[in-house]
Design a protein around this ligand. Structure first.
Ligand SMILES: NC(=O)c1ccc[n+]([C@@H]2O[C@H](COP(=O)([O-])OP(=O)(O)OC[C@H]3O[C@@H](n4cnc5c(N)ncnc54)[C@H](OP(=O)(O)O)[C@@H]3O)[C@@H](O)[C@H]2O)c1
Length: 276
């Protein structure tokens, strides 16, 4: 079985996500010579070459070689054109294709590449840019057990990943962790704003808000207690936290969150239809 550090990986599109994945792979022990990337943008190619020592090309089929994995890291709007452009190279090399594009279904990638291609559809999120991403994964039936391991190894270089067993669940992942960072930012924004209105200096409010979010997430990750128990533990009867939580409840906070995630889920389903 091929080890992660023996792989040859080709990135198609060398923007933000590709760059963070390249950085993550190099930290994991990949050599720059194991990776190539293509992108029409000269600036992006220069960044990748200068920062990571990775060879880049302006043409997606140039020096394609025989990669084990091809990572499609272009915007969803141009995925069809890009996939069809590299279809022959992919088919000839029999590479595993990992798509990180939001909203592009496996059935369409199979149509643009080949029904025999091993394809993993992923849904990463922006914290991947700092190595703290959360990614959902879905594989078509051509993907082998070994290729699943390789995919985990690649995506886990920028955070954590989890498989879903049915493709529609990628829309749920999109609503949860894909869009999730924005929900937390909004919540933090409102906390910060109110603390300023109540008298804290903006920089103090910002620092305390950020550290509270970070500390709570790490506590939730490391504690043996689930989040309900953790919440109960900081909520003393008649205390300040209870006063705040009662206010949330009286404003039907649970329903507000539920509706927001359902709206994101619906939008994800709709976008998948539009991109196809
Ligand atoms: N950023 C995230 O947090 C995030 C989260 C989840 C999913 N994703 C998905 O990840 C994918 C990439 O997102 P990103 O944020 O990395 O976007 P990005 O920074 O815009 O990267 C895409 C790159 O592809 C290049 N490109 C354009 N046309 C191309 C072509 N024909 N062949 C090869 N490369 C081409 C772009 O060059 P130009 O800029 O010159 O056009 C750009 O450098 C998207 O599909 C997005 O849905 C991103």
């Amino acid at each position: 079985m091929k080890k992660l550090t023996d792989l040859k990986v080709r990135f198609v599109g060398a923007g933000n996500m590709a760059t963070s994945l390249i950085g993550g792979l190099l930290k994991r022990g990949f050599m720059p010579s194991q990776i190539t990337a293509s992108d029409p943008g000269g600036h992006q190619r220069q960044v990748v070459t200068e920062k990571y020592g990775v060879q880049t090309f302006g043409d997606n089929n140039a020096h394609f070689g025989i990669p084990d994995v091809v990572i499609l890291a272009v915007k969803p709007q141009i995925m069809k054109q890009v996939a069809m452009d590299i279809a022959n190279s992919v088919i000839e090399t029999n590479a595993l294709v990992i798509s990180i594009a939001a909203g592009i279904k496996i059935e369409h990638l199979e149509k643009w590449l080949s029904v025999d291609t091993a394809i993993v559809r992923t849904m990463p999120n922006t914290p991947a840019l700092i190595g703290e991403g959360a990614t959902g994964l879905f594989a078509n039936s051509n993907v082998t057990k070994q290729q699943r391991h390789l995919t985990e190894g690649i995506m886990d270089s920028v955070g954590i990943s989890h498989w879903v067993d049915e493709e529609f669940k990628i829309d749920v992942v999109t609503a949860l962790s894909g869009s999730g960072p924005a929900y937390f930012f909004l919540f933090m924004e409102y906390m910060q704003k109110t603390a300023i209105e109540l008298g804290l200096k903006p920089e103090v409010a910002a620092k305390l808000t950020e550290q509270t979010a970070l500390g709570s997430a790490i506590l939730a990750q490391r504690s043996a207690d689930d989040i309900t128990v953790l919440r109960q533990k900081v909520t003393s009867p008649n205390g300040t936290t209870e006063a705040a939580l009662k206010s949330f409840e009286s404003n039907n906070f649970e329903e507000v969150i539920k509706q927001a995630l359902c709206a994101a889920n619906e939008r994800s389903i709709q976008l998948s239809k539009d991109f196809s």
